[in-house]
Write a protein that binds this ligand. Sequence first.
Ligand SMILES: C[S@@+](CC[C@H](N)C(=O)[O-])C[C@H]1O[C@@H](n2cnc3c(N)ncnc32)[C@H](O)[C@@H]1O
Length: 351
Amino acid sequence: MLETKLITFKNWVSENGIIDKRFEYVNQKLTYYFDEFLDNHRALPMYEDYFNAITKCNELKFDCFTEVEAYVKLYFLERYRRFSLIFVDLIPNRIKINKEILMLDIATGPGAAMYALNDVFNMYKIYLEENNIKNDITLNIKYIEQSTYFREFLHKFTEILNLNNLDEKWLYKIPFHFELEDDYIKIHSNINIDKGYYDFQKPKYSFNLIVSSYFFTDINNLEYFGDSIIKTIKYLKNNGRMIIIGANAGNNVYTKIYEELKTKITQHNYGTKKFIGNCRLEFTKKYTFDTQEDEILNSIYDIRFNYIVSDLIGIKDKQEYNELILKLNKRTINVTELLGFIRYSKFRKKI
Ligand SMILES: C[S@@+](CC[C@H](N)C(=O)[O-])C[C@H]1O[C@@H](n2cnc3c(N)ncnc32)[C@H](O)[C@@H]1O
C-alpha cells in the first residue's frame, strides 16, 4: 500500500496549479481539433445540433458526427474539469491504488472521465516521484459506448492530444479501439443475478473504479438498465467505488433518479453515498439553471460558451467579439439577439 495522505496530494496539485495547466492543454487541443476538422460542410449542421444538444440532449442518438461534435463543444470541458477535481479529491485515499487502477466508464461519450483520470493518474505518479516514493502503479481503462461517432472522436482526439507531445509523462493512453461492450444492456446478458448465478462466476474484470456520467438521465432507462447496474457493481473489487454523476440534486428529475438508483443498489446490500459538488464554481461566479433562457445566458460566462462564440466569430472580428462580450456582461443582449449574432457570424465566416 502506498502511504500518502490525501491532503498532501491535493495540496501539491493546487500549489502547482497542475490541474489548471492540464485543463489549458486539453482546452487548446480541443480548439485545434475543431479548427482542423470542422469544415464548411459540417459547420452549419453542427450549429443546429448544438442547440438540440442544449434543449433535448436526452433525445440525441449520436448517430452522426455533427451531433457528437456539438455535444463535445458543449459538455466536454465541463465534464473533464469536474472529473479531474473529483479524482484529485478521491485519489489515493478513497480510490485505493495498490498496483493498478482499473476503471470502467459506462457510456463514455467523448471520454471526459477517461482523459481526466489519465491526467490525474499522471499527476499522482509525478507527485510520488517528487516525494521519492517508489511505485510501479499502472492505469488501465475500459469503456462502454454505443456510438461509433463518439469512438471515432476518442481516436482522433487522443491522437491530437499526443501529437507533438514529447513528454512521456503526459501521454494519453485512451483505449479507443478496445471498448468492453458497445451496448450497456449486453453487460448483464442472460445472467440471472437474483438466483445468485453470477456469484459463482469469476468476474472477467475486477475494477477499482466504475464511473457513469449523465447516462442515467430518466427513470425509464433506469428500469431498462436495472439489472445491468447490479451486474456492473459486481465487477467492483473489494473497496472499489462506483461514481454516478448527473445534474444538480435539487433538480426534480434527478432527485427521482438518484433515489431510484439508491433503492436499486441498496436492495443488493451495497451502500450509497450522495455527494453534492460545487465544481461549477470553478468555472464561473454566476451560474443558475432556472430556465432554459437562463441556462444559455448564464453559460456565456462559462468557458465553453465563450469558446463557441470566439471561435465562430474568429480573430478578425475581435472588436465585434469584445462588444458582444461587453453587452453580455451587462446583460443588455437577449438570447435571440445572441443566437442571431452567432448565426450571422457563422455564415459570414464560412461562406
Ligand atoms: C448524455 S451522453 C453522456 C456522455 C458522457 N458520459 C458525458 O458525461 O459527457 C449519453 C451517452 O450514452 C451513450 N449510450 C446511450 N445508450 C447506450 C447504450 N445502450 N449502451 C452504451 N452507450 C449508450 C450515448 O451514445 C452517449 O455517449
